[in-house]
Design a protein around this ligand. Structure first.
Ligand code: D5M
Ligand code: FE
Ligand code: ZN
Length: 480
């Protein structure tokens, strides 16, 4: 019993102080109390490292109130409890000028640092400037600004905080550490433990903020995930999409599949709804609908044929939106007919929504191109592994200045501050699914067959395969 309690918190990487432990242990329902405390911490996205008696008492008095959602819960006749928890559309946008640069990176650094300094390995973090003079084991938090290899294939990294910069050496004899280092990318914020040798830090540990294991929430409905429909493209699979619409309406599939359809309450679309225009040279030759407004009209016509469930749409890099992330929600000027559908909600890329209490992080996935290109072992085929890596780094697009355009806002909206129950992405046109620490990682593939561009890059899409989280369990329905 006693050790169960301690183990429970240890598994979530949280230490209990003695008083907190006695407080919880003295309750009749100590294990349930522990569970709800952990759930509460996870739901708030607080990377709590040490739980004190005060915190336990505060929780028991119910005085920790959940964060206010941006929009009020909207109750529709079917009783949807839908909330938009995070959306960058309504935040004041800068014009992305250089002067916002330093505040953008400072925001990223401080948000991730807050998570890192709660880790037990980093209880004695010092500024890089003073670390240069320290003789003991050094703990620092820095943003990676350079990665190189020595002639003997050891790894060099330069990290930086507001007080200075420091070079790290990762020796290739230390296999585990070297493996960790190989997954570190430029511009990510990382914790480092090491010993100083002159001006160099010999790293012994590289620490990501990570995510704790979450308890799965009960789900008495089904949610469907789509992305990359590319409506308007000549390679849009209209017949398959028609079958999908029929299934959603209960008119297609076997009995089992129809039963799933009957439970569907939410549909999330993670970008590239239409193919757009002028996205790449010569795109017009591959378009059936060459007018962007008409592409959205067609999207509205198709989505209008779906049953009266809640539909959430975020943009992707083919949509009529600013490209720099965070991308604001689809503009009404372009997607007027979609806006006329009363059951559709428009959110930014990325955004966080709550579907009857199930928190879902939506991100199109543009940064996958950068990660697949940079990190050995990551590829478009395994976006679930990339998603896991991004969660552990607590950032959706850590690499700055490659293929993913990032707006240099005053605040970095791509830090994963709150831990979702579902992480939904698209972009790679290849389905993937994995459960990581209780979080569903879903990539919803595409409704577009292989394009000329994809042939050149040998990208083989998985088409018309729709992931459905049916009362908590993942099903992949095929419409091709
Ligand atoms: O992306 C469709 C697919 O093409 C997806 O697998 C990513 C890949 N893609 C897209 N743009 C690039 C670039 N610039 N380099 C490499 N791979 C890329 P979509 O967003 O639908 O065009
Ligand atoms: Fe796409
Ligand atoms: Zn895309």
């Amino acid at each position: 019993m006693t050790s169960d309690l301690i183990h429970k918190f240890a598994d979530a990487e949280i230490l209990l102080d003695d008083a907190a432990y006695h407080k919880i242990n003295s309750q009749d329902n100590s294990m349930e109390l522990a569970d709800s405390l952990l759930t509460d911490i996870v739901q708030k996205g607080n990377a709590v490292f040490l739980l004190t008696k005060d915190m336990v008492e505060e929780f028991m008095e119910g005085s920790i109130s959940p964060a206010d959602p941006i929009s009020q819960s909207k109750l529709l006749p079917q009783d949807f409890d839908f909330q938009i928890l995070q959306d960058a559309s309504k935040k004041s946008y800068t014009n992305g000028e250089i002067k916002d640069f330093s505040s953008y990176f400072a925001s990223r650094y401080h948000k991730v640092r807050q998570m890192l300094i709660r880790k037990h390995e980093l209880q004695n973090v010092q500024p890089i400037k003073t670390a240069h003079r320290s003789d003991d084991v050094v703990e620092v938090v820095g943003m990676v600004n350079d990665i190189r290899y020595t002639k003997k294939n050891h790894k060099f990294m330069e990290i930086e905080d507001e007080t200075g910069s420091m070079s790290l050496l990762v020796h290739n004899d230390n296999h585990q550490l070297y493996e960790d280092a190989e997954r570190i990318v430029k511009d990510q914020v990382v914790g480092v433990v090491g010993s100083r040798k002159g001006t160099l830090l010999m790293a012994s540990q590289l620490i990501n903020p990570g995510v704790p294991r979450i308890d799965e929430k009960k789900m008495d409905f089904s949610a469907v995930f789509l992305s990359d429909t590319h409506i308007g493209s000549s390679t849009f699979l209209d017949k398959a999409f028609q079958r999908f619409i029929m299934w959603m309406n209960g008119d297609y599939g076997d009995e089992n599949q129809r039963e799933i359809a009957a439970d569907v309450k939410y549909l999330v679309i993670a970008g590239d709804i239409v193919d757009g225009i002028g996205v790449y040279p010569g795109q017009d030759k591959e378009l059936n609908i060459k007018d962007i407004y008409e592409q959205y009209d067609e999207a509205a016509r198709l989505i209008g044929e779906l049953p009266d469930i809640k539909i959430i749409i975020a943009p992707g890099n083919h949509d009529a939106c600013r490209l720099a992330e965070p991308q604001p929600a689809l503009p009404e000027d372009y997607a007027g007919d979609l806006y006329k559908l009363k059951n559709v909600e428009f959110v930014s890329n990325p955004s966080m929504i709550s579907m009857d209490g199930i928190k879902t992080l939506i991100y199109h996935g543009r940064s996958f191109d950068d990660l697949a290109m940079t990190v050995k072992g990551l590829s478009h085929q395994n976006s679930d592994i990339i998603m896991k890596e991004l969660l552990e780094k607590r950032h959706l697009a850590p690499i700055y200045g490659e293929r993913t355009p990032l707006a240099s806002e005053i605040e970095d909206h791509l830090v994963i501050e709150d831990i979702p129950d579902i992480f939904h992405t698209g972009h790679v046109h290849i389905n993937s699914y994995k459960k990581h620490k209780g979080i569903h990682l879903i990539n919803s593939g595409t409704f577009q067959s292989q394009t000329e561009f994809q042939k050149i890059y040998n990208i083989v899409p998985t088409c018309a395969q729709v992931p459905v989280l049916s009362k908590g369990s993942m099903k992949l329905l095929k419409f091709n």
